[in-house]
Design a protein around this ligand. Structure first.
Ligand SMILES: Cc1cc2nc3c(=O)[nH]c(=O)nc-3n(C[C@H](O)[C@H](O)[C@H](O)COP(=O)(O)OP(=O)(O)OC[C@H]3O[C@@H](n4cnc5c(N)ncnc54)[C@H](O)[C@@H]3O)c2cc1C
Length: 382
């Protein structure tokens, strides 16, 4: 058993997968998570795990069989529509088979993914209700770092891994540019579920400055996002009262989607739970930090992207695998930890940049008048 002291901040997919991979290699670690418990917060919709991404990682973590039991290997068929309802592509109708790389992508609900990962960890790995405020170099132990939480300090870590997502406090230790770091991405989503089963996995409408995205989830439900590209203060100035979901959705549709096909608007209106407005953010494409011994980042903390290439979870899990391999390779020896971190980061940065570029292109396409035609052409080219 290694005597390394490793802290993972954040119990999302990145942090939990890293903890699991370390534990199967007999390397102890502790996950500090902001949520009070596993069910405190809605984890969001469904994610598809790619063969060379999340699926590969779960195989290494010894969780692939369990994933197969929980996931839904239903068809990945996609439907692309213009704003007026014209169908540009319906993969169920086209009869074209996707290459395996794009078809073998079983879906799993995030809640189930998190529960599966939590169940795989040794008892008391996750310390709940710990909000990290700041990371500091230890004033008393050379080369180690301390974690300042809202309720006290945990000290003396050989490695601190920031898996704390979009607004990472660990990232703030590695760079002093945090406040200006985020590229502004001006879309808002309204997420809702309805009890209607979707005939396709994804149904997308892209148009200039607006998009409607519907996604099949588990429990016979769909989740619908209606997005607009607006200035950053739009949410505060739009005059929509989101606390009254039906009125909010009607007003939102009247204002921004009024000339859309009735079935598109119905998809938003029929969704029967709350309307949740969200701003979306991304880090600049290709952003990196200077390697520092003892602290690193994985997942969204390292390379936050918008969801328009559908890769965030897969990349986050792949980071965990890459970092776990580097830590294992250093043989549980704290002296070699700086080399392990450097090796991981040098491998991760170009990979993240490549996907960030793809996501940035997806962002433009999702909000442009010919976005569906372009996506249909890309799919045909595969
Ligand atoms: C609308 C939407 C749809 C998406 N769809 C897809 C998709 O289809 N496919 C895909 O691959 N990706 C998708 N993504 C991206 C994906 O959700 C993220 O990339 C992924 O969740 C990143 O995992 P993570 O563990 O790095 O971060 P997170 O999932 O954000 O987890 C971070 C964890 O850290 C905790 N935390 C935060 N701050 C602190 C703190 N100060 N102290 C302690 N703990 C803290 C949080 O509570 C959380 O549990 C989507 C994202 C969005 C917003």
């Amino acid at each position: 058993m290694s005597n390394l002291r490793i802290a993972i901040v954040g119990g999302g997919p990145a942090g939990l997968v890293l903890a699991r991979l370390l534990q199967v290699n007999n390397i102890p670690c502790t996950v500090f998570e902001l949520d009070q418990n596993a069910s405190e917060r809605d984890q969001g919709g469904t994610v598809d795990l790619h063969k060379k991404g999340g699926q590969l990682v779960l195989q290494q973590a010894g969780l692939f069989d369990e994933f197969q039991r929980l996931s839904r290997p239903e068809g990945q068929a996609m439907k692309l529509l213009k704003y007026d309802g014209r169908v540009v592509l319906d993969e169920n109708e086209s009869g074209v088979q996707r290459p395996e790389e794009f078809s073998d992508r079983p879906e799993i609900d995030r809640t189930q993914l998190r529960r599966m990962l939590l169940n795989s960890l040794q008892p008391d790995t996750v310390v709940w209700g710990k909000k990290l405020i700041a990371v500091e170099e230890s004033p008393t132990q050379a080369g180690k770092h301390d974690l300042h939480f809202h309720d006290g300090v945990e000290d003396g870590f050989d490695l601190v891994v920031g898996a704390d997502g979009a607004w990472s406090k660990v990232r703030a230790f590695l760079t002093d540019q945090t406040s200006g770091l985020f590229g502004r991405y001006r879309a808002r989503t309204v997420g809702d579920r309805s009890r209607t089963a979707a005939p396709v996995a994804y149904c997308f409408m892209f148009d200039e400055g607006r998009a409607i995205l519907a996604q099949r989830n588990g429990n016979n439900s769909i989740r619908v996002y209606a997005c607009v590209r607006k200035p950053e203060d739009w949410l505060e100035t739009c005059g929509i009262d989101w606390a009254s979901p039906q009125e909010a959705k009607q007003k939102y549709l009247d204002e921004y989607f009024t000339n859309c096909a009735p079935e598109l608007k119905r998809a938003v209106l029929d969704a029967d739970d709350k309307a949740v407005p969200r701003k979306m953010w991304m880090l600049p494409v290709g952003w990196r930090w200077d390697t520092r011994p003892g602290v690193s980042l994985i997942g969204d903390a390292a390379h936050l992207m918008t969801p328009f290439a559908g890769v965030g979870v897969n990349l986050a899990m792949f980071d965990s695998l890459a970092l776990a391999r580097a830590i294992v390779a250093c043989g549980g020896n704290a002296e070699h930890m700086p080399d392990a971190i450097k090796a991981y980061e040098q491998e991760m940065f170009p990979r993240a940049e490549q996907f960030a570029q793809r996501t940035a292109r997806g962002l433009v396409g999702h909000f442009s008048a010919n976005g569906v035609e372009e996506m249909a052409t890309r799919i045909a080219a595969r």
